[in-house]
Design a protein around this ligand. Structure first.
Ligand code: A3P
Length: 873
């Protein structure tokens, strides 16, 4: 009995426990269900009831940001992988433009139908920090194998995805993306757009009030979401009523950009329901890149702006400033200081034209000078002449002295260190006379130009330092000397407003940490478009971005610039005649014809001097004049001579009597292994042909060592060849330096590959140094063919073997010979077998790489290389 009682009690207890557990579960589930329902409802409520302005008032975040896996940018390289539809697709180019303008690295792939992927991982590190699909459908509809791989990569490396969905005439109105918990409704017109102020994406973007009204185009897509992982970033209402898909209501706010927080499958995404034509999408795209890259690809919020007013006192009557205009300039400057810290107009003057306007305008000149201390000032050339027209430095100096005298007479400060040349003349392409004169008279340290490396595209403009003068890029703001009246603005006044309000000018500020804007005196008279532009620009930037605007004096600005972009300090010279704008500001007394058509790049000790001697025997081939400093070689592209500029380089070459048939060239055997030379040469003489000579790198190293010994290099005299080539990392520095110069040029494949990244293969000739030594006439025939030089020169008749010298030499009249000097073809003991074995092994991998490269280039392997490769087997 008691057993039955016990069992009964036990049963009772169990039932009570179970019931309690069930109750608790029900309560918990109800709580979460209710909350989930509330959250989803919050989103749909926003969709159906709120107006844009109300979003600001929401007391809570729409959805808490709980990402599944925090983004870890250290696990990936800072490179964006962009899948475009084609090389020329507009949106693809817009994406690239923004990445380039932001100076972010990217890699483009054409998105293939099936979804094949490039290699994503390299040595356990992700190759891409972010993936962008121009067409999101290519991502969504990828075959499951590739999708699986990509998802795995994204989850493993915390990589996000950005995608665009843009309706087309043929696309369906409503679709559900495979595997995604939302619908998209395409081909819609939208209006009354606003930004979700609570979106965690916002960095540069500040949510602000956009004028009500339609957005351009009827190809918008809105996202209908039913999962709390999606957070709307931009909302808009639907414009048209007809044919609306069922769940879409006309007056509700719908998301045109959504942020997938990754709660669904661990991958964060930002999806755009259109392209980047709408400026706010561009801004959000910049923020999405920043957010999804874990701030690795992010723009700072500091923006430095300097507004130059060139041509002060220059300008025809009727286009200049009168007293009221100058007063407005002063007032606006004060006004702007509220938005742009320390804002000060920077006035560039040409003293010669002082008081050359109407009576009212002359009074304007006087008020400007009466307010000297309110502005910053810089010299702009006394008579507004273009400096490149002055060939003599002394006449430039005279002009500058006149402007300086004017400045001193009128109390204009002369120590700002900044100057601007009319029409960019002389700054780039460099007219060295201008740089020298500027330094002498004005102690100039900074200038700016739009022309480096080219005016267009503006996003490629860069700075450089030459002769200790810092050259900063200069931006345009859509105002030119003749843009004087608002109504007459080219294309209509709307164009100017468009540029300011989310257009070109606005994005110039967004994408450039430092902008120097060029305006002119005439932009501040009449309709004062200069003031109009910068006041409206500052307002717009302040309303829509979190950017902090400020102005710095030019010297500080330039320092800041090169702190931000130290890699830009070194210039990269180009041929001034390859760009019409550059040619127009290039001195008529200078020519672009004094540049080589080909280079003999080395390496040293392979027979380069012999080749040089043979080349100059040809009637159409002309070398540079010798440089006393660098053993006759110019050595321009490899070292600091490059900083002397192209005038210095060109001075080594004669003006050819016939540009098309004469072949100027120079031989600098150090170019071969130089890190900089290929890039620099390709920039200045992109069409030049390149000749290199190769011998067994072990023999080259030994010849170099012997060369150093005969030049009494202390390290070469002190250490044996074996000691040099086998020296370890702790060896004395002079020994290490000698070792480097012995061995590094022999890494042939590495150096040739570098040249081939800048020059096409058909511009490169690789000569077998052994053959040059034993059969120079055949090699010279090959060289002539490669160069396309005429007339054909018969080297079989012009060269002879000199048994005394032991080398081929030039045959002179009466059977005499002209051979290379004592330093070429030296007598020294052969390399010992120990050294040879060491070097054979040292160069093994390099030689294997070289053989692969020659094979790829379709070139025969020289005999020494074949022998070395046999040793490998
Ligand atoms: P060695 O002096 O060690 O024999 P470079 O001019 O590039 O410094 O190369 C010098 C090497 O060119 C010499 O090295 C020599 O072997 C080789 N050479 C090839 N043809 C030659 C020639 N016709 N006259 C002299 N040296 C020649």
């Amino acid at each position: 009995m008691s057993f039955i009682m016990k069992l009964h009690r036990h049963f009772q207890r169990t039932v009570i426990l179970l019931a309690t557990f069930c109750m608790v579960s029900i309560v918990i589930s109800a709580y979460y269900l209710y909350n989930g329902y509330k959250q989803e409802n919050e989103l749909s409520e926003i969709s159906s009831e709120l107006e844009c302005g109300d979003l600001q008032l929401l007391p809570y975040k729409l959805v808490e940001l709980k990402t599944v896996k925090p983004i870890d940018p250290m696990r990936t390289d800072p490179v964006v992988l962009v899948f475009v539809e084609s090389q020329y697709s507009t949106l693809g180019q817009d994406i690239i433009t923004i990445l380039e303008s932001s100076r972010f690295q990217y890699h483009i792939e054409i998105a293939p139908g099936k979804g094949d992927l490039p290699v994503l991982i390299d040595k356990n590190k992700g190759k891409y920090v972010l993936i962008v699909y121009e067409n999101i459908l290519k991502y969504v509809n990828m075959d499951s194998w590739n999708k699986g791989l990509l998802d795995k990569y994204c989850i493993e490396y915390g990589v996000g995805v950005i995608g665009f969905h843009k309706g087309s005439e043929n696309s369906l109105q409503s679709i559900q993306f495979k595997g995604f918990p939302f619908h998209v409704h395409g081909n819609l017109g939208v209006k009354d757009c606003c930004v979700n102020p609570h979106s965690p994406l916002l960095h540069v973007t500040k949510s602000s009030k956009l004028d009500k009204g339609p957005l351009p185009g009827n190809d918008w897509t809105v996202f209908q979401i039913n999962h709390s992982t999606y957070q709307p970033v931009i909302f808009a209402k639907i414009k048209t009523t007809e044919n609306l898909p069922l769940p879409i209501t006309k007056n509700a706010l719908h998301a045109t950009v959504v942020h997938d927080l990754g709660l669904h499958d661990g991958i964060q995404r930002v999806l755009f329901g259109n392209n980047l034509n709408f400026w706010l999408h561009k801004l959000i795209f910049i923020d999405a890149v920043s957010f999804l890259s874990g701030k690795k690809l992010t723009l700072s919020l500091d923006r430095y702006i300097l507004v130059d007013i060139d041509d002060i006192f220059v300008g025809k009557e009727g286009t200049r400033m009168n007293v009221n205009d100058v007063q407005a300039l002063l007032d606006t400057q004060n006004l702007l200081r509220a938005q742009i810290t320390n804002f000060t107009f920077n006035l560039g003057f040409s003293g010669k034209f002082y008081h050359t306007g109407t009576e009212e305008e002359d009074e304007g000149d006087d008020l400007l000078l009466g307010s000297v201390d309110e502005f910053w000032w810089f010299p702009h050339m006394w008579s507004h002449m273009q400096p490149h027209l002055f060939h003599n430095e002394s006449s430039l100096v005279e002009q500058m002295i006149l402007n300086k005298k004017f400045a001193l007479e009128h109390g204009i400060p002369t120590d700002m260190g900044y100057a601007v040349a009319p029409h960019h003349s002389g700054v780039y392409p460099v007219h060295v006379q201008l740089y020298e004169a500027w330094k002498k008279i004005w102690n100039i340290k900074i200038t700016s130009t739009e022309e480096y490396p080219h005016l267009k595209p503006a996003r490629y403009r860069r700075g450089f330092i030459h002769k200790n003068i810092m050259v900063l890029p200069r931006q345009t703001c859509g105002l030119f000397t003749h843009t004087i009246f608002y109504k007459e603005y080219p294309g209509g006044p709307k164009e100017l407003d468009k540029s300011i309000q989310g257009g070109e000018l606005f994005f110039t500020v967004v994408l450039n940490p430092i902008s120097i804007f060029m305006t002119h005196l005439s932009n501040y008279g009449n309709d004062r478009l200069g003031l109009y532009t910068f006041v409206n620009l500052a307002n717009f930037v302040q309303s829509w971005t979190n950017l902090k605007l400020q102005t710095l004096p030019p010297v500080q600005l330039a320092r800041k610039y090169f702190e931000l972009f130290p890699e830009q300090k070194d210039p990269l010279w180009q041929n001034p005649c390859d760009d019409k704008r550059h040619r127009d500001i290039w001195s008529k007394e200078k020519t672009c014809d004094r540049l080589p058509k080909f280079l003999v790049i080395g390496p040293q000790k392979t027979g380069t001097t012999a080749l040089y001697l043979f080349l100059i025997m040809h009637p159409s081939i002309i070398s540079n004049s010798p440089s006393p400093k660098t053993f006759e070689e110019v050595q321009f592209f490899n070292r600091n001579n490059y900083h002397r500029g192209i005038d210095w380089y060109m001075d080594f070459f004669p003006v050819p009597s016939n540009v098309s048939t004469d072949f100027l060239f120079e031989k600098s055997a150090n170019y071969f292994h130089s890190e900089e030379a290929p890039k620099r040469a390709a920039s200045l003489i992109p069409k030049a042909k390149i000749i290199t000579i190769l011998i067994d790198p072990s023999d080259r190293a030994y010849s170099w060592y012997q060369h150093q010994r005969s030049h009494e290099d202390p390290a070469a005299l002190k250490f044996s060849f074996y000691q040099v080539i086998t020296a370890g990392p702790r060896a004395p520095s002079d020994l290490r330096a000698l070792q480097k110069r012995c061995l590094v040029p022999g890494w042939y494949a590495t150096h040739i590959e570098r040249w081939l990244t800048y020059f096409p293969t058909y511009q490169l000739l690789i000569i077998d140094g052994q053959q040059l030594r034993s059969d120079p006439a055949t090699v010279m025939d090959e060289v002539q063919k490669f160069l396309g030089v005429s007339p054909h020169y018969n080297y079989s008749e012009a060269l002879t073997f000199d048994s005394h010298k032991g080398f081929w030499c030039q045959l002179l009249e009466e059977g005499k010979t002209k051979c290379l000097g004592k330093s070429k073809g030296r007598k020294y003991p052969p390399m010992d077998s120990e050294c040879r074995a060491f070097l054979s092994s040292y160069y093994r991998d390099h030689n294997v790489e070289l053989s692969k490269l020659l094979h790829k280039l379709g070139q025969p392997l020289p005999s020494w290389l074949r022998q070395e490769l046999q040793k490998v087997r």
